[in-house]
Design a protein around this ligand. Structure first.
Ligand SMILES: [Zn+2]
Length: 110
């Protein structure tokens, strides 16, 4: 089952594509076990269909090479992945470990 994070346009207004993530009680990004679970919890919290339609459910696409947490697609165009535990965005080469010839940040690329 794919883990899921939920994001929406900042303040529910789509400006410059800026998105904000749904947080857990401790200020970290909330990671759900599935889209169904996320939708259910949002509905339980009082979200209506109209609100849910504007939300984006991002499915995990692997595990972080650095910390093992679920990895998600980055919303930043130049990056491929992001890890909420590391609180970082990663280039494709950083997580897939293949030298891309462009990026030389961190050891997987060298
Ligand atoms: Zn990580």
């Amino acid at each position: 089952m794919k883990q899921v994070v939920v994001c929406r346009p900042v303040n529910n207004i789509p400006i410059n594509g800026a998105m904000e993530y749904l947080l857990d009680g401790e200020g970290g990004v909330r990671i759900f076990d599935s889209t169904e679970q996320a939708e259910k919890e949002l509905r339980d919290a009082g979200c209506v269909d109209e609100e849910l339609r504007h939300m984006l459910f991002l499915e995990s696409c692997g595990a972080c090479r650095r910390c093992g947490s679920p990895l998600f697609r980055s919303l930043i165009p130049q990056y491929e992945y992001q890890c909420f535990t590391c609180d970082e965005d990663f280039y494709k080469c950083e997580q897939e470990g293949e030298p891309c010839g462009t990026h030389t940040t961190f050891s997987l690329c060298s």
